[in-house]
Ligand binder design. Structure first.
Ligand code: EPZ
Length: 420
């Protein structure tokens, strides 16, 4: 395994282009199961997770290849309805093949994803929504076994204790598009990635209204045809790069980003004292001097994204003053705290809160990545720290950030790989 070495202290300057959104491409690839026609997906990031989803599609009988950012899913019928544990356990998002398998084949056997370091990751809302559509579901040997003689539209409430669910909304939507009659999803997730999926389904012939709002209405159709679609820019990668500019006191122009998807993050960074210059497809960020501490609470979109929590914590770790970070989506999503503390950060956990007392400077140290976004937080801390930081287990980072070392190196960062 490789580790990432970062020699901190360089002010990052220049231009960088954001890749396509991991969390958009995964459900959109799953949606290609809803048709026997060819589908072309453009703007696809070459990530570990993208390749895992391609393996899952192939294991189900689909012929799909990624070449220079374009995925072509060949026309052809498929009959396998079993998504096996080996693949699903490596990537939780693969659970979103459940809805399209039910929509297309009216049966599915998908391994339960299991938990991960950021939390238990239940699927009760997925099951509730699919049952509402008339699916018989049982849990057998670690698998969700589902069959639906006929899927019927239904009116359902899909909110849970932590608010709306992105992939549960996706799964239900992808089954409902081929159900008989009308489905209404209340407390639907509003994330831009859900909208990107709905737009693809509409191009395939689905009848969907209200996507991007908490109430989605779907009129079932008999058949969906192939379509061509583009993946939206990755708003979490963009947010991570925004913080890279600020934490190094640099000046980065970030291209291929929709400012409209960044409302909560831009609001907090401006509150902290950042200068943010927006155009319709780029953001330029620099700090106007010392940043101020801000308090963050993660919420479903359009609230502050939980996937930006670790990155924001790194920034607050070197912002003098006290900031309180409250994690309302995954209350245990604090694996990065102990690693940042190894670098000299002063962070105290109190249940779903982390109290950060900013220090003047972090010092480089050997640290360990635990999940995708924690790894991003550690990279940001390493860019700001005095001396060398060595981040191990960087396969976590490779899941969701395309060519991140090259992008940072082109901005002046001293960053390279070494064998563990
Ligand atoms: C998506 O996961 C993202 N992954 C996550 O990004 C992201 O953190 C999360 O949404 C929240 O924004 C993909 O899109 C592939 P949820 P998802 O269902 O859909 C609870 C990353 O780093 N819940 O919206 O699995 C759940 O425990 C990843 O890119 C239930 O209680 O998340 C959580 O507390 C990490 N029951 C909250 O809802 C359910 O049936 C939101 O989870 C489902 C979820």
């Amino acid at each position: 395994m490789d580790k990432l070495i970062i020699e901190g202290g360089v002010k990052l300057k220049g231009e960088v282009t954001v890749s396509g959104a991991k969390n958009a491409v995964l459900p959109i690839l799953a949606a290609t199961l809803l048709t026997d026609d060819t589908c072309i997906i453009k703007g696809v990031p070459n990530l570990r997770d993208t390749n895992t989803m391609l393996k899952i599609l192939r294991s189900l009988g689909k012929n799909a290849e990624l070449d220079k950012g374009i995925i072509r899913v060949e026309a052809g019928k498929f009959t396998n309805f079993i998504a096996d544990y080996k693949l699903v356990s490596t990537m939780r998002a693969s659970f979103c093949v459940l809805g399209p398998l039910l929509g297309k084949l009216k049966k599915a056997k998908v391994s339960l994803p299991g938990g991960c370091v950021i939390g238990v990751r239940p699927v009760d809302l997925h099951i509730k929504g699919l049952k509402a559509l008339g699916t018989d579901i049982s849990i057998e040997g670690g698998y969700v076994v589902a069959k639906a003689t006929n899927l019927k539209g239904a009116h359902m409430y899909l909110g849970g204790a932590y608010g709306s669910s992105v992939l549960a909304t996706d799964n239900v939507m992808m089954a409902a598009v081929l159900a008989k009659g009308k489905t209404v999803i209340e407390s639907a997730a509003c994330e831009p990635e859900v909208t990107n999926l709905a737009d693809f389904l509409i191009k395939m012939g689905a009848k969907i209204k209200g996507h991007g709002t908490p109430i989605i209405e779907i009129e079932g159709v008999k058949h969906l045809h192939g379509a061509e679609h583009g993946i939206i820019p990755d708003r979490i990668e963009a947010g991570t790069l925004m913080i890279a500019s600020l934490i190094t006191h640099g000046d980065i122009l970030i291209k291929n980003v929709f400012a409209a998807h960044q409302g909560a993050v831009i609001d907090k960074l401006e509150e902290a004292g950042a200068k943010v210059i927006k155009t319709d497809s780029s953001l330029r960020l620099r700090s106007k001097g010392r940043l101020r501490p801000v308090n963050i609470t993660t919420l479903p979109y359009p609230g502050f994204p939980t996937d930006m929590q670790a990155q924001m914590m790194s920034l607050m770790s070197v912002t003098l003053g006290i900031s309180v970070i409250t994690e309302k989506i995954y209350p245990d999503r604090f694996m990065h705290v102990s690693e940042l503390d190894r670098m000299g950060a002063r962070i105290q956990r109190e249940g779903p809160h982390a109290i950060v007392e900013g220090v003047k400077e972090l010092s480089g140290a050997p640290v360990m990545a635990s999940d995708l976004r924690a790894s991003a937080g550690l990279v940001l801390a390493g860019l700001a720290a005095r001396g060398k930081t060595a981040i191990s287990r960087i396969y976590h980072l490779e899941r969701g950030y395309e060519n991140i070392e090259e992008k940072l190196r082109n901005l002046g960062a001293r960053i390279w790989r070494e064998k563990e």
